[in-house]
Design a protein around this ligand. Structure first.
Ligand SMILES: Nc1ncnc2c1ncn2[C@@H]1O[C@H](COP(=O)(O)OP(=O)(O)OP(=O)(O)O)[C@@H](O)[C@H]1O
Ligand SMILES: [Mg+2]
Length: 398
């Protein structure tokens, strides 16, 4: 049994805290205030801000931890690296962890190291710096410290430049924004995992999101629309990025666009953390037979792991989003797993819950995951399963 300190006790870290204990270890965690959800699952916790490196180190030393980890976040990486480095435990390089929360520094590094970019990338360091730059449309403007698309604007028309820059500043917590070339094309999310000097590309996922009147049809399907040649080109670009950022340890997630103009992959966003929306927790385990969380826990303890994918099955995940209303009843549905190509059903709502019009992931009923012998089959099955589940999740629409 080992003692592991998890930096952060928010919802994103809960799976890690739970898993550490499921694996028979002791889990400790820190966060800035009482009542953080992770505390309930840990052996013990202390109120320390996740950015307080010295405070966290002191706690870790008192505990005599065998490993330190964070999960699902980048804000917590620097402290995890600091604590691990000070205690000679495995971790990301401090410098990598330091730039992980700054999208501009990441993008700048990728550009300097020769990754596909298609034009200039520059930062605007405050409103007084706006006039010092030239803006050539089309471009994209983003907060340096953004997430969840906050403050991101695509600018196609000259007349929108000023408003877009203002919009990005409004979404930036640290008052810094940056500009990068616009890439027209198809977007994918790529999940990779690094250990022992190797980069494993676990998944290339196509998201389809389309409003159908009052609710969106939202699916994520592995390798949908990806040829073998494109898969190789994406893997090469991703490996270059891992190298450029000197990521040596753990999961890394990319947003990437395949250009309609030249067919090349352009990395537009990097998260030095696992992918959300079931990507690391379900899609990768079902499609590749590897568990990034188990492996991360082993890695932080310095254990050897086999991170090689064991298989390649095509998985599609459809978010269970239905027209708004109130859930009247949820009929027993577990028997459906294993039928109709359904590999899992994850529900996050219960009878009596209100379903608002979809805005964020917290508004969804859950997910259904299906597998197929091609990505297209998997996608078709997930849409069928969504339809089937209407008979099990009974909603009184308003
Ligand atoms: N250079 C670009 N060219 C074309 N589209 C872009 C570009 N940069 C961003 N976008 C679009 O804007 C979205 C949000 O951008 P980005 O991923 O950088 O922000 P984010 O805050 O990390 O958002 P999210 O959490 O949704 O990934 C992208 O998923 C993509 O659809
Ligand atoms: Mg992104």
């Amino acid at each position: 049994m080992s003692r592991i300190l998890v930096i952060g006790a928010a919802a994103y870290q809960v799976p890690a805290i739970q898993r550490i204990r499921e694996l028979g270890h002791e889990a400790y965690c820190v966060d800035y205030k009482e009542g953080q959800p992770g505390f309930a699952y840990a052996d013990s916790h202390r109120i320390i801000d996740v950015r307080d490196k010295e405070g966290c180190l002191k706690y870790a030393q008192e505990l005599g931890i065998d490993g330190v980890l964070t999960w699902g976040a980048t804000l917590t990486l620097e402290t995890a690296s600091y604590v691990a480095s000070a205690m000679a435990l495995p971790t990301l390089h401090m410098e990598t962890a330091r730039i992980a929360t700054n999208k501009y520094l990441i993008r700048k590094r990728l550009t300097e190291k020769g990754l596909n970019v298609g034009g200039e990338v520059f930062a605007i360091m405050g409103k007084e710096d706006v006039e010092n730059h030239e803006y050539r449309v089309p471009f994209v403007v983003k907060p340096c410290d953004g997430s969840g698309s906050k403050g991101v604007r695509i600018v196609i028309d000259e007349k929108d430049v000023k408003a877009a820059i203002q919009y990005a500043f409004d979404g930036a917590r640290n008052g810094e924004i940056y500009v990068e070339p616009y890439v027209e094309g198809k977007e994918f999310s790529v999940e990779a995992f690094v250990c022992n000097g190797e980069v494993f590309v676990y998944s290339i996922v196509k998201t389809n999101f389309e409003w159908k009147g009052i609710y969106p049809e939202y699916t994520q399907t592995t390798y949908l629309g990806i040829s073998k040649a494109m898969e190789t080109a994406i893997e090469e670009e991703v490996k270059k990025a891992v190298d450029a950022l000197n990521v040596t340890f753990g999961p890394i997630n990319f947003d990437l666009i395949i250009s309609d103009v030249n067919g090349k992959p352009y990395i537009i966003d990097v998260g030095i953390r696992n992918g959300q929306n079931l990507l690391a927790s379900h899609i990768v385990p079902y499609s590749r037979g590897v568990d990034e969380l188990n492996n991360s826990i082993s890695l932080c303890l310095g254990h050897n792991i086999d991170a090689n994918p064991k298989k390649k099955e095509y998985i599609s995940s459809r978010l269970l989003i239905y027209p708004p209303g109130e859930i009247k009843e949820i009929k027993p549905y577990k028997h459906l797993i294993g039928q109709n190509h359904i590999v899992d059903i994850i529900l996050r709502k219960k009878s009596g819950d209100l379903l608002p019009r979809y805005q964020t992931k917290s508004d969804i009923c859950g997910w259904v995951l299906t597998s197929g012998s091609t990505p297209e089959d998997a996608l078709r099955y997930s849409n069928d399963a969504w339809e089937l589940l209407k008979e099990y999740i009974i909603i009184k629409h308003v």
